[in-house]
Design a protein around this ligand. Structure first.
Ligand SMILES: [Zn+2]
Ligand SMILES: [Zn+2]
Length: 438
């Protein structure tokens, strides 16, 4: 009789490929198998086994953790390995350590490479559902660097199209592929335009990540310190610093900061995104720089490579200003439903910051209009509910029944509406008027 695992021996999705599942997705799917809340599973099965530094004592704290720092479980930090060990023990699996970014990036302590909340490709969700495949969140979707789906060439989404909210990392109770806040199906693609520049950059990002992953699988380590040592070596050659600066658009000082020459007390470590942007502009991959000492020297010596192709964070997608203004105008004129600046940006397929940068005044107006519209709608709804409460109280009164909270509640089209402060106030006011309350 082979040993029995405490939790299901659930296989993670797509191990060994660029599509490998993330650890937090695995936790959510595991809980989904039992049809219990992932947070309950974490609270009962994992939290009691954590070492004291990682203890998450109360369920209330777990809720905050599940919406914020839980993302670190997919990362290269110290938190992930302990959770992996516990989960491997509970499921008797030995492949869960592939579900964190350590297997892609090594132990490089880097900031800001993970997204704050999960993103997703709506087309992937739709296809998986049609093909009856498990709905999961690949590690790729958790990286800030990855902004498009390599399969479908569409932008990844990170806000629910219905409630506009960001997604929980460890879910409270949600069907896979649905919004963790309002349960809406997330597989509805928006017809956003992705520029060719962005696609080229993203294709290169995935290729470079895959290359790093293959190297890690082979050697179980990624020598990032050599990346910087080789950069320092290149900077030692006369004139190379200006050439690198010309080629990449970074200032010369930045390179000296990276290699710790500017300020000896600390070497400023560039973010993963910056390292990738630097390599992309040099037309070499991070692994090439790491592995071969003269990769960068060759870049500098090669006179033909002087075209700057750095994907600047702000101009990564060029803005079709005419199309934007036309749509903004239509919203402001009331030809379209009232949308805020971020919703307009989504419809147009641009980052909100980019839209605000080009159209600051218009965006301010959009937001004001959208807020006013939402306020009006709320007031109208409140008035409707108050009217329902009034009718309910009067109906009970006429039948000679005492208008209790419970009786009024059942007469409303949505009993939950009784919780609205205005509804409660109306109920009290009417009871006072009719002499039930002093
Ligand atoms: Zn996709
Ligand atoms: Zn939602």
């Amino acid at each position: 009789m082979p040993p029995r695992s405490r939790l299901y021996h659930l296989p993670p999705c797509d191990v060994g490929t660029v599509w490998v599942e993330s650890l937090t997705s695995y936790i959510n799917r595991l809980a989904w198998m039992y049809r219990v809340s992932s947070r309950l599973l974490v609270a009962q099965e994992i939290v009691p086994q954590l070492s004291s530094e990682q203890q998450i004592p109360s369920f209330a704290k777990l809720a905050t953790f599940s919406r914020s720092s839980a993302m670190g479980l997919n990362g290269t930090g110290d938190m992930a390995p302990e959770w992996v060990t516990i989960l491997e023990r509970l499921t008797l699996r030995s492949d869960l350590h592939w579900l964190t970014l350590r297997s892609w990036l090594g132990e490089r302590p880097s900031r800001g490479y993970l997204r704050k909340t999960p993103a997703w490709c709506p087309v992937c969700y739709t296809e998986w559902r049609e093909q009856k495949l498990p709905l999961y969140q690949p590690l790729l979707w958790m990286l800030q660097l990855v902004t498009t789906c390599p399969r479908h060439q569409v932008l990844l989404e990170d806000r629910c199209p219905h409630c506009q909210k960001y997604q929980s990392i460890i879910t409270l109770k949600t069907t896979p592929g649905h919004c963790t806040q309002c349960q809406t199906w997330l597989g509805q693609p928006l017809d956003a335009v992705v520029e060719q520049d962005t696609m080229d950059w993203q294709e290169w990002v995935i290729h470079s990540l895959e290359e790093l992953h293959r190297e890690y699988v082979k050697t179980r380590a990624l020598p990032w310190e050599r990346f910087f040592a080789h950069l320092a070596m290149c900077l030692g050659e006369w004139g190379s610093c200006s050439k690198l600066a010309n080629l990449t658009g970074f200032s010369r000082d930045v390179f000296y900061l990276w290699v710790g020459r500017k300020n000896r007390s600390y070497a400023h470590s560039p973010s993963l995104e910056t390292i990738f942007e630097f390599c992309y502009a040099c037309n070499v991959t991070p692994l090439q720089v790491m592995k071969t000492s003269d990769t960068l020297l060759q870049v500098v010596r090669d006179e033909t490579q002087l075209q700057q192709r750095r994907p600047s964070r702000f101009t990564r997608s060029r803005v079709d200003q005419e199309r934007c203004l036309e749509f903004i105008q239509a919203v402001l004129d009331g030809q379209e439903e009232p949308l805020g600046a971020s919703q307009v940006a989504r419809r147009l397929g641009y980052d909100t910051r980019l839209l605000v940068y080009h159209f600051p005044q218009e965006c301010k107006l959009l937001t004001q209009r959208a807020q006013a519209y939402r306020r009006q709608r709320r007031e109208k709804r409140e008035a409707q509910v108050c009217e329902e409460v009034r009718q309910a109280v009067m109906a009970l009164h006429e039948q000679g029944l005492f208008p209790t909270h419970g009786k009024v509640r059942t007469l409303l089209s949505d009993p939950n509406n009784i919780r609205m402060p205005k509804a409660i106030a109306t109920w009290h006011a009417l009871r006072r008027e009719l002499g039930y309350e002093s």
